[in-house]
Structures are given as structure tokens and as C-alpha cells.
Design a protein around this ligand. Structure first.
Ligand code: NAP
Length: 248
């Protein structure tokens, strides 16, 4: 992928699932992990698949401001800029329908990882994204479950993972508002849905291979700036790399 080779791309939550698939597809960019050992193991997995390009693990727990700041320092010292930030780290939980005693904590945990931590990761990395000569780009991994239109129309069946869907709808508006901030006028923001992929998030009940789910991120990373509208919400279908708009 020579057209993207010079770019510095950071993917959060990249030691497994869709994040690891994004790294495998992009193959030559920094990845992040909460746990350096898991990050090294993920890189070994890529090596065993014949991927030889430079993949650098960066420790980041997105729920810790200090951890985010440390990751910013690593990227600053080693690259001096960030071209693409992919906020992929995510969390889902199914609250009990009869015992509400842990609901407050469950909602807070889902919201913290899927919304608040994305806001803070963007805020901390924006100065480095603004240094990008390509114009920085933020790709937030959302879900079609965050589409009010798809849920209210009945096109998507109801869900038991309500905190997750609510958090992704919030992530969508967060991203739109970030794109409207005048201070971010040179940075592009995108929302993507990888589709229902077979990962730990859903106990491997998804139907798509994570690599296919990663296509939508790869499509946006490799797209020329302004090829797609800023703050769009996109997915890909089947094995195609063509981006399809998701209704809000
Ligand atoms: N799978 C699907 O069908 C599907 C559909 C739509 C959208 N998505 C979205 O796709 C993204 C990736 O999900 P996935 O399916 O690949 O799930 P996954 O296999 O459960 O992977 C989640 C990743 O997020 C990381 N993570 C969790 N908490 C973190 C934290 N506090 N700090 C840093 N990293 C953290 C995990 O790291 P650890 O291993 O260290 O916990 C892991 O690498 C999520 O945003 C999810 O909402 C998934």
C-alpha cells in the first residue's frame, strides 16, 4: 500500500478483533494496546501471516488520561505528527432484564469506553493531527446500531445490548459536533460501521470476517481527502471496498 506508506496511523484496541484486522490490512502503521504483551503477541500473529512491514505497539488504556497522554508523547517523539487516528477500542454488555443493581455501573463503563474516552483521545491527539501535512483524519468506529433511523424504522431488530446502541448514537453526534468546531476545520472526521463481525465483542456470533469489517476503515484511510463528505457515516457491503452511507 505505497500510497499510504508514509502516513502515521494509530489504531486503538488493536490487539484483537476488528482493530487487529485493520492493522493487518494497513500493515505498516503503529497499533495500540492496553497491554504491551498482548500487543507483541498480536504482532507475532501478523508476522506468522507473512506481514513484514513495521508495526509498532503503543500502550494505551483509553479510559486513563495519563495513558492517553503517554501515547501522545510516544507518537510525538517518534513521528512528530499523526495522520490518521482510528478510535476502534469498544465495549458492549448486556444488562440483566430483572436485576438492575449493576445497571448504573454497566452503563457508565460502556459510555466511558465508547464515548467519553473517544472524546478525550481525540482531544489529546488533535494537536498532532493538525501537524499532518495530509490534513489529519479521525475515523471513529461506530455501529449501524447507533443509527436512530435503522432502529426506529424497524429495519434493525430490537437489541438487548441497549447501552451499547445508545453509546454509539452518542458517539455519532460527538463526531459530528467535533467536525463542526472551527478549531478542527483542517481535520476530517468520519464514522464507520464494520458490520456484524465475528469477534469477542459478540461472543463470535457475528457473521463477517473481521478483515471484511476492516474494509471500511481501509477504504477511508486510502481515500483522497474530500472524496467523501466530512462527518459521513459509512459501511461497506460484502467484500467490496466501496463506501455506502448509513442513515442517521
Ligand atoms: N464485532 C462487531 O460485530 C461490531 C459491529 C459494529 C461495531 N463494532 C465496533 O468495532 C470496534 C472493535 O470491536 P471488536 O468487535 O473488534 O471487539 P473486541 O474483539 O472485543 O475488541 C475490542 C478491542 O478494544 C480494546 N479495548 C477495550 N477497552 C479498552 C480500553 N479501555 N483501552 C484500550 N483498548 C480497549 C480491547 O482490548 P483488550 O483486549 O485489552 O480489552 C480490544 O482490543 C468497537 O468499537 C465495536 O463497537 C463491532
Amino acid at each position: 500500500m505505497s500510497s499510504i506508506a508514509p502516513r502515521v496511523i494509530l489504531v486503538t484496541g488493536a490487539n484483537r478483533g476488528i482493530g487487529l484486522a485493520i492493522i493487518q490490512a494497513l500493515a505498516s502503521h503503529p497499533q495500540t494496546t492496553k497491554d504491551m504483551k498482548k500487543g507483541e503477541e498480536a504482532i507475532q500473529e501478523l508476522r506468522s501471516k507473512g506481514i513484514t512491514s513495521v508495526v509498532q505497539p503503543v500502550t494505551i488504556d483509553v479510559t486513563s488520561d495519563m495513558s492517553i497522554r503517554n501515547a501522545v508523547n510516544v507518537v510525538q517523539e517518534q513521528h512528530g505528527q499523526l495522520d490518521v487516528l482510528v478510535n476502534n477500542a469498544g465495549y458492549a454488555v448486556i444488562p440483566s432484564a430483572s436485576d438492575f443493581s449493576d445497571w448504573r455501573g454497566l452503563y457508565a463503563a460502556v459510555y466511558d469506553i465508547n464515548v467519553t474516552s473517544v472524546a478525550l483521545t481525540m482531544a489529546h491527539f488533535l494537536p498532532l493531527l493538525r501537524q499532518s501535512p495530509h490534513g489529519g483524519r479521525v475515523i471513529n468506529v461506530s455501529s449501524a446500531r447507533g443509527s436512530t433511523t435503522l432502529s426506529s424504522s424497524g429495519l434493525l431488530p430490537s437489541t438487548v445490548a441497549i447501552p451499547y446502541s445508545v453509546s454509539k448514537a452518542a458517539l455519532n453526534l460527538l463526531t459530528v459536533e467535533m467536525s463542526r468546531d472551527a478549531a478542527n476545520k483542517d481535520v476530517e472526521f468520519q464514522l464507520v460501521s464494520p458490520g456484524h463481525c465475528k469477534t469477542a465483542l459478540n461472543n463470535y456470533r457475528g457473521v463477517r470476517d473481521p478483515l471484511e469489517g476492516a474494509n471500511v476503515v481501509v477504504g477511508l484511510v486510502t481515500a483522497e481527502k474530500a472524496q467523501y463528505k466530512n462527518a459521513g457515516f459509512s459501511e461497506t457491503k460484502g467484500a467490496s471496498m466501496d463506501l455506502v452511507e448509513i442513515p442517521w
